[in-house]
Write a protein that binds this ligand. Structure first.
Ligand code: SF4
Length: 279
């Protein structure tokens, strides 16, 4: 009852299903798939955003295709930011879940608008995720190089150990903030021995957008993660559509428990319990 009084229904209804954030928001969609390193798998091959944009929005996806802006993005984000201030709740927003904010083919004006929105919303935490950490220096404002906004948490996707080099590129730009993180989701192979020094959190999970058994998540990768990163730095999102090598077809059915536990830590606050009570 308390949550219903505190959280307006309109805002609760906008909560995303992505467990490590409260909301998602997109300045644009459409992107170009990145090739896998030799012998690896690339998450781009099974990109959920591409499937969504093609099947639900009727858009093309790939190189030289115009990126598709969302007209309501700025106003919606600013509304959530104002609500965060009013409620005293620092919401988390995963920005550009349907594209890559450091996609070099995205119109610079469009990226500039996204950056304006981020800078004009200081009351939320921004979670920005990229496959292209090497482009931060080139594409971001020079003022961000030494002092990015302190409510930006920048992550990079590492879905296979052959792509672990992205962490070094990412840490070179963001490491000094203490707010750099890794998304190892969907994960295609063990990350044993990869330390991710300085990462604030490693979000790990299995694929939910493919029947290809090459993407089946192996539960022992969770044990490896706990051992080498510590459970406080691990967020286990989901087994995916496979559980213990068996295709179950539904990530909710496969669950996110392991050995009776849920690994649910993020260094940024989330308010999903309050939001879901009010929805
Ligand atoms: S970089 Fe991200 S949004 Fe772009 S194709 Fe790859 S997985 Fe999809």
């Amino acid at each position: 009852m308390l949550a219903e009084k505190v959280i307006p229904r309109w805002i609760a209804q906008q909560m995303t299903g992505i467990e490590w954030t409260d909301f998602s928001g997109n300045g644009w969609t459409v992107c170009t798939r990145m090739a896998a390193s030799h012998g690896a798998l690339s998450a781009c091959e099974i990109c959920y955003a591409a499937t969504f944009a093609e099947s639900r929005l009727g858009l093309e996806w790939g190189p030289s295709v115009p990126r598709h802006p969302f007209a309501t993005f700025a106003e919606r984000m600013r509304r959530i930011d104002r609500a965060a201030l009013r409620l005293g709740l620092r919401f988390a927003i995963f920005c550009n879940s349907l594209s890559d904010w450091l996609d070099a083919e995205a119109d610079p004006v469009m990226r500039g608008k996204l950056i304006d929105v981020v800078e004009s919303c200081p009351n939320v935490n921004w979670l920005l995720l990229t496959h292209r950490p090497h482009l931060a220096k080139k594409l971001l404002p020079s003022s961000w190089r030494s002092a990015p906004p302190d409510n930006v948490w920048a992550g990079t996707t590492i879905e296979h150990p052959a792509h672990a080099f992205r962490w070094d590129q990412h840490a070179e730009y963001w490491g000094h903030t203490g707010r750099a993180w890794v998304s190892a989701e969907p994960l295609a192979s063990s990350l044993a021995g990869i330390k991710f020094d300085g990462a604030a959190v490693i979000i790990m999970g299995g694929a939910s957008n493919t029947r290809d058994p090459a993407w089946a998540f192996d539960s022992k990768w969770i044990e490896e993660g706990v051992e080498q990163w510590g459970e406080d730095r691990l967020f286990f999102k989901q087994h995916g559509v496979f559980r213990d090598g068996v295709y179950v077809g539904d990530k909710k059915k496969a669950g996110r428990d392991f050995a009776g536990r849920i690994y649910d830590n993020t260094p940024w606050p989330r308010h999903r319990d309050l939001l879901s009570q009010a929805a």
